[in-house]
Every structure is written in C-alpha cells, then in structure tokens.
Write a protein of this length. Structure first.
Lengths: 334, 373
C-alpha cells in the first residue's frame, strides 16, 4: 500500500522531522548560494567583457560597482508585473516556472565539495542532470508560444530545435566519461579521476563536444539564437518583464553554474586538488569556465539557425559517437 | 493517407512579420513587412518614409549657403561628403576657382569622414551578426575622428563646414599633426580588426554567398558605390570622373567579384585602407594658403540645370540644381545612394532565412536619413 512515507523511503531517507527540516534548510541554502553566484557571475561578466572592450564596466553602485547586480535584481523584483492582454494566461504564468525549477533541481546533484553538505549523492547523477535539464526547454518554448508574439514564437521554436539537437551530442559526450569511470554517480566519477588523470586528457574529443554542446544548450554565444538581440529583439522572453523576466535570466545563469559544475566534475576532477579545500578548487574550476564563456561572448558572432543544426547533427554527433566507440574499444583492450 | 504527405497531417501557414520601424537591426526607422514560412522569407516589402523631412522642398526657400546645414542631416554619418556634394555642384555651376589648401582640407575631412562611416558599418554590421566587441572597438576610433572634426569646426556630427568657395575655418594649429598620428595608429587598428573578425569561421559562414546579385541586377537598380563594386564592376567617381584633387593621389579602387555580403564587407575594410592612403598623401602635399575663394556676397547660380555627383560613402551622391538665376534653387533634387541601393532588397531577400535578412540589410548599409531625405 502506498503512503506518503513510501516516498521518503524510496528516496533512501526514512521520513523524520529533523531530517525533513535539514533537507529544507539545505535547499534554501543552495537557493541562496545560487542566487549569490548568479549575481556575481553577472557582475563578473560585465566587468570582464568591459575590460575586453576598453571599458570600465559597472563601477557606480557600491565599491567597484559590487552592488550593481544586487540593485538590478531588486529593480526587477519591485517592477510592475505586466501580463499583456492577449497572452495565453495560464501558460504565460507557468513558463518561467517550468524553465526555472529544473535549473535549481540539477544543482542538487552537483558535488560542490568532498563532504557533500547539502547535495544529493544519487547513483544516477549524470543521467539525472541530462534528464532534468531537458525539462527547461518546455518553459522556454511555452514562454515563446504563449506570449502571442511572433518574435517570441520564432525564438521559442528556435530554442526547441536547438536544445533538441544539442541534447544528443551532450549526452553522448557524457557517456564516454561514464564508460571510463564505470559509474553514473558523480562522486564516483571524481573518485575514478583521483586514481588516474583528469578525464579531459583521455576524453579530449568528448570534452570538445561537451563544451560546444553545453554552450549551445545554455543558449550562449555563438549559439544565442533563441534570444538573438539583433534579429529577434530578445526572442522568447520579449513579452516578459519584471520578476518573470528575472526568472528566465536566473535560469540562464544557474545553468551556467550547473554546467560549469558538471564540466569540472566530469573532466577536471571535481573538487579534488592539492593543498586547497575541495569547495575552493571547485569554485576555481567553475570560475575559469565562467570566464571562458564570457570570453566567447565578447569575441564571437552568432551562428545561423540552419548552420547550427547541421553542425550538431553532421559534425558533433558523429564526433561524440566516434569518441564513444574509441573509448569502448580502448576500455576492452586495456 | 500517405504518411509522407505532410500537407495532410500538419496544417502550415505563412506568417506575416513586421520588422521595424523600431527594430535594433534596421539601422534607423526602416520597416520591412516580410512573409515567412518557418524561418524562410517568401516575400519582403520595404516600407520607407518614417524619417522624411522634405529636404528638397525646404531647399527651394533657402539660399544656397543656407541649404548646407540641411545636407548634414541626409547621410548623418558622413556629413562632410554631403556638404561637399552640394557646394561642389554650386561651384561647378558658377565656375569658381577653389584655393588649393581648401581642396586639400576638403579631401582630408571627406576621407576621414568616409573612414568614420565605414567604421560604423564595421561595428554595426558585426553587431547585427551578434558580435558586440567590434562595435566598441570601431567606435573608439570613430570617436577620435569625431573629436578632431569637433576641434576643426565645432560640431561632432553635423559639421556645416564646407562653404561655396572653400571651407569655413582653416585648420587649428597642430590639427594636421593629429590627423597624421591618427592615420599611423589606425593602420595598426586595421590589423587588429582583421585578426578579430575577418578570419573568423562563424563570420565567414554567415557572409559567404549570402545576398548575392549580379552586375546587371545592380546596374538595373541604379546601385552605386560599394554595392556596385562588390559585383566586380569598376565604378568609382573619384577615378572615373575626377573631381576636386583626387587625381593627385596614388590609390586603388578595391573590387569584389561575387557580389555577396562578404565582398561588401571586405570592400568596406579595403576602402578604409585606401582612405588612409589618400589622407597620408594629402598630409604630405598640403601647403599653407587661403581656404576661401573670392565669392560674391550673394551666391547666384546662373539660370540653367546642373548636375554634379561625387563618390559618397554609400555610392553616387548627386545634387541636381535647377536655377532660374536667383539666389535660391528653383528645384533641388538629391540623388541619394542609399535610396537606390535599397531597391534591390525585395529581390535578394526572397528565399533567405530570417537571420540572413539582418546580414543582407546590414551589408547594403543604408542610412535612413538619406533614404527618406
């Protein structure tokens, strides 16, 4: 007989009130941590790109402009909540949530440190990430669809096509690592790398596919077609404003954090590293990933829709599959 | 029912999409009504007139020298050339002799202005294609040109600097040295632009073979300037009908071959280098002297019809004056190259993706002030 208790037993934790409160506190801490990271990654993005473009970047609010993003977020939160008259109301309200919840959900499996303070250590970590992150596309697509705006519609459709095409090579590139480590558990993958080398060296092909597909998955330059500013005037979120828009932005940057975490875990030994504490190593690796993404953003133009699709199916997917075959053969032989 | 027959299973229809007049990539208040099927454009109809100010009609009630500030507002990113085109037409009609120094200053300012305008093309075109850094790099250099013009004539965009018979002010002390330093610096910047953009794979994929047309099509639509030269047709008024002192310099007319966005882009970049060459030589040749010819107080063009065209930034910029011998033109018709260049748009936009629409429009490089006049 099914009871609510079964749910908790199924998740591996017998329901107890202290345990429940602990999980709740953990979730809130992760949420706040993610918000903090998002705010300062946006700050770093603006500063870093500013320096690349011979500008100073934000420097007015707080010392060195440190509170600029805080002020921006506050502004978005207190803005009037506008729902245009002719939108599909239910879907319009649901879309940001659809986009936002999976983004935070995937954070729960990212191993931020050796001691696993607030995250879940589940056996199918890598699979969980790929599965859950795919849900976000519904939010983006529904947002574009329900806005009753042609630009948003095109943006939403582009986004759907893009995420579908890049989900496949992304998954395939992860499989190579999983094959080497022999486990889907993210901590297991880190442990496997501690014994040998970082997987970026044996899995260099998979790593390249992962970074490209990951960049496309996050809709970042040069794959920022869904919200192509100069073509679609903002794309799927063109009708959104205030905190609903903030939700879409948050989603984007939380994925940046999650993708950085996943990349560090799969290819760069996660939190493992000498001298420094684990969480600091993890933070450094994610920071480098962030900076790399912002560098791309400042440098590259945008690829075209059909080129992007053929690039994924005709080049990335065969590369990922080849990597998979090579990994499998080497694993059998060695 | 055959499963392969898509029309039976999925009902698709075309969508009418209104692009502009408030769109980040239409370069001003330009509007296009495009019919799209999926992401492919089936039909495109340009709509213009949002910036119409009736310059030609206004000119009929203005003395010739009063018309000059109005020309500033035509192609507002290369006002020096507009100024010159008008005063050149009047000077030719009156048969005036222009002092050498004035002509040199005119050529220097015009070529610098052409450079500034092409810098805007470079920056905004890359912005259209999604790269934002070139925009800021281009505007950094453009700002230096603007500052120098500001020192020369007290205005940053609308110069009102040329006069019938010469230029309003002689150069300030040290101005020519500033230009010289800028030219040297700009040569290094061009290398940087090439390294950042011109070899970029994504950029190449976006512009190669996109928006191509033939020489016949270009001539048939009255196109000129880079938009004509990109098809391989050698037509530059500075060489073909030399005006001012352009025959005193050694420079080349860069030509394209395919007539696509890539050719138009690279011609802009090469023209910038040619402009630098011209400015460099002009700086060596310029001598002290008067900057204004002896001109009657009241400028009257003898009765008759006159046309004079110069190589503007965007093509042949011509002023057609009908005079009845008074101090005001009876009729002033302006041949605005952007307007003519834009006419081919419905043809080359047919069948391209929405993303290419922006790339093609950007490469034609229209300025709406000039299109709508």
């Amino acid at each position: 007989m099914w009871t609510w208790n079964n749910l908790w037993h199924w998740a591996g934790h017998p329901l107890s009130w202290p345990g429940f409160v602990g999980m709740l506190v953990g979730a809130v801490v992760i949420l706040l941590l993610a918000l903090l990271v998002v705010m300062y990654s946006i700050y770093w993005q603006r500063k870093f790109i500013g320096w690349m473009q011979w500008r100073i970047g934000p420097n007015r609010v707080g010392p060195w402009g440190l509170f600029q993003t805080v002020a921006d977020v506050l502004k978005l939160l207190v803005k009037e909540d506008v729902i245009p008259a002719n939108v599909d109301r239910t879907l319009f309200l649901l879309a940001p949530i659809f986009a936002f919840v999976p983004a935070f959900l995937v954070l729960s499996i990212i191993p931020f440190s050796a001691h696993h303070v607030f995250t879940a250590n589940i056996g199918i970590g890598a699979l969980f990430y790929v599965a859950i992150s795919a849900i976000t596309i519904h939010g983006v697509m529904l947002g574009g669809w329900s806005s009753n705006n042609k630009w948003a519609l095109i943006g939403g459709m582009r986004s759907a096509a893009q995420m579908l095409s890049y989900e496949v090579p992304l998954g395939m590139s992860i499989v190579g690592v999983v094959l080497m480590a022999g486990t889907l558990n993210l901590n297991g993958i880190i442990a496997a790398q501690m014994h040998t080398v970082w997987y970026v060296i044996p899995q260099i092909l998979g790593f390249i596919v992962f970074v490209i597909a990951g960049t496309a998955e996050m809709n970042r330059t040069p794959f920022d077609l869904p919200d192509a500013e100069s073509e679609l005037v903002g794309g799927y979120h063109v009708e959104y404003s205030g905190f609903r828009f903030a939700f879409f932005m948050l989603t984007e940057y939380v994925y940046l954090l999650a993708m950085g975490g996943l990349m560090a875990t799969l290819f760069f030994g996660g939190w493992a590293g000498p001298f420094l504490p684990g969480w600091l190593w993890f933070a450094i690796k994610i920071f480098i990933f962030f900076t790399f993404q912002f560098w791309l953003q400042a440098t590259l133009p945008r690829i075209r829709q059909d080129q992007m699709m053929s690039f994924s199916w005709k080049l990335l997917l065969p590369l990922a599959l080849a990597n998979l075959v090579i990994t499998a053969v080497v694993k059998v032989l060695v | 029912m055959a499963l392969t027959d898509e029309t039976d299973l999925v009902r698709t229809e075309e969508m009418l999409l209104n692009v502009g007049p408030q769109h980040p990539s239409t370069h001003g208040v330009f509007r296009m009504v495009v019919k799209i099927s999926g992401e492919t454009i089936i039909e495109a109809e340009p709509v213009i007139g949002y910036l119409h100010r009736g310059t030609e009609k206004l000119a009929e009630n203005l003395q010739y020298s009063q018309c000059i500030p109005y020309t500033d507002r035509l192609d507002y990113v290369s006002a020096m050339l507009n100024n010159y085109s008008l005063v050149h037409a009047v000077e030719e009609a009156m048969g005036l002799e222009i002092p050498d120094r004035a002509e040199y200053i005119r050529v220097i300012t015009m070529e610098m202005n052409r450079l500034a305008s092409h810098l805007i093309f470079f920056g905004t075109y890359l912005l259209d294609l999604g790269a934002m850094t070139p925009f800021l790099y281009a505007f950094e250099e453009r700002e230096k040109i603007i500052d120098m013009f500001n020192e020369l004539c007290g205005a940053r965009i609308t110069y009102n600097y040329m006069r019938v018979g010469g230029v309003k002010f002689d150069t300030t002390p040290g101005w020519l040295e500033q230009v010289d330093a800028f030219v040297k610096r700009m040569k290094g910047e061009m290398v940087k632009y090439r390294q950042l953009v011109t070899g970029n794979e994504i950029f190449l994929a976006r512009v190669h073979g996109v928006g191509a047309y033939t020489t016949e099509q270009a001539l048939g639509h009255g196109m000129s300037g880079i938009n004509l030269r990109c098809t391989g047709y050698n037509w530059d008024l500075r060489k073909k009908k030399p005006y001012s002192i352009y025959d005193r310099f050694d420079w080349d007319v860069p030509l394209g071959s395919a007539g696509d966005c890539w050719d138009r882009y690279i011609l802009h970049m090469e023209e910038m280098e040619q402009s630098l060459r011209i400015v460099e030589q002009a700086l060596q040749q310029i001598q002290p002297g008067p900057v204004m010819a002896k001109v009657p107080k009241l400028i009257r063009v003898p009765a008759g019809e006159y046309y004079s065209g110069i190589e503007g930034t965007r093509g042949e910029l011509g002023f057609y004056i009908v005079s009845d011998g008074k101090d005001k033109p009876y009729r002033l018709k302006i041949r605005r190259p952007s307007f003519e260049n834009l006419q081919i748009l419905p043809i080359i936009l047919k069948g391209v993706p929405v993303a290419d629409m922006v790339a093609i429009l950007g490469s034609i490089d229209p300025v709406m002030g000039e299109v709508d006049a």
